[in-house]
Ligand binder design. Structure first.
Ligand SMILES: NC(=O)C1=CN([C@@H]2O[C@H](COP(=O)(O)OP(=O)(O)OC[C@H]3O[C@@H](n4cnc5c(N)ncnc54)[C@H](OP(=O)(O)O)[C@@H]3O)[C@@H](O)[C@H]2O)C=CC1
Ligand SMILES: CC(C)(CO)C(=O)C(=O)O
Length: 313
C-alpha cells in the first residue's frame, strides 16, 4: 500500500518505520527541514526496544510537495493538533478521490478540520496507545507496546476501515475496527487529560506521578469532568474502565517510564502544547453545556502559564 505519514515527528516516525519494515511503500511529510535532511541523508534512526535500527524512507517538506509523484492510498495524520489544518492544505494535491485519511492525533474534534479537505466517506477516525519520543532530527526512541482503534465515518465503509486495520496489524501495530470510536476518543482524551498536563506541570514521567499518594483523587476529579461533558454529547463511558486504563500508564514495565508528548513539547523542546485540544476542549464544551470544569480549567491555565514562562514557540 502507498502510505503517506503526514507529520513525521515521534509517532509518525514510529508508524513509518514499522509500516516500512512490514513491506509497505511509505513516504514521510513534515515541516522540519533539518529532520527531513537528516532522514534523507542518513536514514531515519531509532532505538527500537533497545536495538538501533535505521530505515531509509523518503522524506519531503510539506511546503514543497508540488513535484512529488506519489499516488497515496492511505494518509496517516500525525501532526500536532495546531498543525493539522496547515498539513491538510499542503497535502491537497496528494489527496485523490480514493485516498483514505486516518487521523491518529490526540485530542477531540479533529474531524471538523479534516472534513474541510477530505470526503466524509474517506475519513477514518482513530486513536492510539503507542508511544514515541523524538531524540533530535532523524532520531527517535521507541519502546513498549500499544494498539490502534479506528472507525470509518462514512456509512457502509467498514471494509475500508478493516483493510487499513489489517495493514497496521500486519506491521505489528495491533489495530482494530471500533464500532464506537467517539467513546474510544473520549477514553483516550481522559488519559491525555490527566497524564499529559499533570506530568508536564509536575516534571515527572507517568509512573512517578502514579506512585504519589494524591494521584488517584486528582485523576478522578479530572476524569469526572471529561465524563460529564461526554455524556452531554451522548457518549457514555464506564468510569471504572477509564480509571483502569489510566492506571495502566503507571506501569513501569510497559509505558510508565514514558514522558507524555506534552512534556516532550514543553519541557524538553520549549514548544507550545495541545492543551487547548484536550483539557481546554472540555472547558469550552463544559461552558456550552453548563457543566463546571474547574480542574480542567486550572490545568489548562497552568500549562499556558508555563508556556509563557518558558516562551514556548
Ligand atoms: N509522542 C507520543 O508518545 C504520542 C503522541 N500522540 C499524538 O500524536 C500526535 C503527534 O505527536 P508526536 O509524534 O509526539 O509529535 P512530535 O512533536 O514528535 O512531532 C510533531 C511535529 O512537530 C514538529 N517538531 C517536533 N519536534 C521538533 C523539534 N525539536 N524542532 C522542530 N520541530 C519539531 C515537526 O513538525 P513541524 O516542523 O512541521 O512543526 C513534527 O512533525 C499528537 O497529536 C500527539 O498528541 C499520541 C500518542 C502518543
Ligand atoms: C502517553 C500517552 C499514551 C498518554 O498520555 C500519550 O498519548 C502521549 O504521550 O501523548
Amino acid at each position: 500500500m502507498n502510505i503517506v505519514i503526514a507529520g513525521a515527528g515521534a509517532m509518525g516516525s514510529r508508524f513509518g518505520i514499522m509500516l516500512k519494515q512490514a513491506g509497505e511503500n511509505v513516504i514521510l511529510v513534515d515541516g522540519w527541514q533539518q529532520h527531513i535532511d537528516e532522514i534523507n541523508q542518513n536514514g531515519l534512526k531509532a532505538n527500537f526496544n533497545g536495538k538501533d535500527v535505521t530505515e531509509f524512507i523518503p522524506a519531503y517538506n510539506q511546503n514543497d510537495l508540488s513535484d512529488v509523484d506519489f499516488s497515496a492510498d492511505l494518509v496517516i495524520l500525525f501532526t500536532k493538533a495546531m498543525q493539522l489544518d496547515n498539513m491538510l492544505q499542503s497535502l491537497d494535491n496528494m489527496l485523490g478521490k480514493d485516498t483514505i485519511v486516518l487521523c491518529l492525533l490526540n485530542g477531540i474534534g479533529h474531524e471538523d478540520v479534516i472534513k474541510k479537505y477530505v470526503d466524509y466517506d474517506n475519513i477514518l477516525l482513530g486513536n492510539t496507545m503507542w508511544t514515541a519520543g523524538m531524540e533530535g532530527p532523524g532520531k527517535v526512541t521507541l519502546f513498549g507496546n500499544g494498539s490502534v482503534d479506528l472507525q470509518n465515518l462514512g456509512e457502509g465503509k467498514e471494509d475500508v476501515a478493516q483493510k487499513v486495520a489489517d495493514v497496521l496489524t500486519n506491521a505489528d501495530l495491533n489495530a482494530r475496527v471500533s464500532s464506537d470510536i467517539l467513546t474510544s476518543i473520549y477514553r483516550k482524551a481522559c488519559v491525555n487529560g490527566t497524564m499529559n498536563g499533570l506530568c508536564t506541570i509536575l516534571d515527572s514521567n507517568m509512573a512517578d506521578f502514579g506512585d504519589t499518594s494524591v494521584a488517584n483523587p486528582i485523576v478522578q476529579k479530572i476524569v469526572s469532568e471529561f465524563l460529564a461533558v461526554a455524556r452531554a454529547e451522548n457518549v457514555f463511558l464506564d468510569e471504572e474502565a477509564v480509571i483502569e486504563q489510566i492506571n495502566g500508564c503507571f506501569n513501569r514495565e510497559t509505558i510508565g517510564l514514558h514522558h507524555p508528548s506534552m512534556y516532550q513539547d514543553l519541557i524538553i523542546n520549549n514548544r507550545l502544547t495541545e492543551i487547548d485540544y484536550i483539557n481546554g476542549a472540555i472547558v469550552r464544551k463544559g461552558k456550552e453545556y453548563g457543566i463546571p470544569t474547574p480542574y480542567c480549567e486550572f490545568l489548562t491555565q497552568l500549562i499556558h502559564s508555563k508556556e509563557e514562562i518558558v516562551e514556548a514557540k
